[in-house]
Design a protein around this ligand. Structure first.
Ligand code: OGA
Ligand code: MN
Length: 285
């Protein structure tokens, strides 16, 4: 069925796999590419170690999965390759040259605050600190499948408000007028149906989900807290400890992620592509 020739090593109980012996080149052959795409859908998070790749490869490979978004954080894009968002604490004139510069970053889905959020992200490590800065992923398909009945009854058929403002406030990140205009609070279903696999996953995260629609405030808060505690259970988590030249491709429809703190005296530089659903699946719910 899946993976006729690629070697795969599972990373966690319910999801995640390392794909061994593949380079993510822009001109990868179609058979290998199709296998990887099938593995990505099945495992949700794929790890590729020791990538000898150029920026054009990260962009070219990602662009075959779906159209690439030029991230609204213009100030943090690669100057030469705007399809790449820099995630880094490296500073110029005292200002970070990338997103999520320092410290811990809480659980979130990339772009959950947009009407048509990304379906995938590919993150490549250029420089990593000697300790800390690991990235944790949570399998929201499994978290939904195993959700206790009383929570399932609340989330099914409901929407929640997603707020980029709340996320930026949490990290004291400046947002200009154009970026603010692009990111008003927005409602999405609390359970997201994957546009390619049809599987259902919880679509809620502590970093950006601020309210469940149709519930009184105190009840909404209590249910969100229960959901956040549930999705952070060990059984749903894979923690990735980075080495230089790792590439991790994750499914943004059914996994969320967070980052551990690290010593800011050390430079950390990652490059990310942001991948949209194919146009015929433009409404990803
Ligand atoms: C991201 C992200 C966390 C990290 O790239 O979207 O959240 O480990 N990164 O830097
Ligand atoms: Mn992220």
């Amino acid at each position: 069925m899946v993976a006729k020739s690629l070697e795969v090593r599972p990373l966690a109980e319910t999801f995640g796999a390392e794909v061994v012996g593949v380079q993510l080149s822009r001109d990868m052959d179609a058979d290998t590419f199709n296998e990887i795409k099938a593995l990505w859908l099945r495992y949700e998070v794929l790890l590729f170690r020791d990538q000898q790749v150029e920026k054009e490869d990260l962009i070219g490979f990602s662009g075959r999965i779906g159209p690439l978004e030029i991230h609204l954080r213009e100030e943090w894009l690669s100057k030469t390759h705007p399809e790449l968002l820099q995630i880094t604490n490296i500073r110029e004139d005292g200002k970070p040259t990338g997103a999520l510069a320092d410290g811990e970053v809480g659980w979130h889905f990339d772009q959950i605050y947009l009407p048509k959020p990304a379906i995938a992200s590919l993150l490549f490590s250029v420089k990593i600190p000697p300790a800390g800065g690991g990235t944790h992923f949570a399998d929201m398909t499994a978290a939904y499948a195993r959700l206790p009945r009383h929570l399932k009854d609340v989330v099914d058929g409901r929407t929640a408000v997603q707020s980029y403002v709340a996320f930026n406030q949490m990290y004291s990140t400046d947002t200009n007028a154009k970026q603010k205009n692009l990111t008003p609070d927005i409602a999405h279903p609390l359970v997201r149906t994957h546009p390619y696999s049809g599987r259902r996953a919880l679509y809620v995260c502590p970093g950006m989900t601020i309210r469940i629609n149709g519930l009184p405030d105190d009840e909404s808060r209590a249910v969100l807290d229960e959901l956040f505690a549930w999705t952070a259970r060990e059984e749903f988590i894979y923690r990735h400890d980075w080495r230089v030249s790792d590439a991790v491709l994750w499914d943004n429809a059914c996994t969320m992620h967070r980052r551990d703190d690290f010593d800011g005296e050390h430079e950390r530089l990652m490059l990310r592509t942001t991948i949209l659903p194919q146009p015929d699946r433009a409404i990803p719910f």
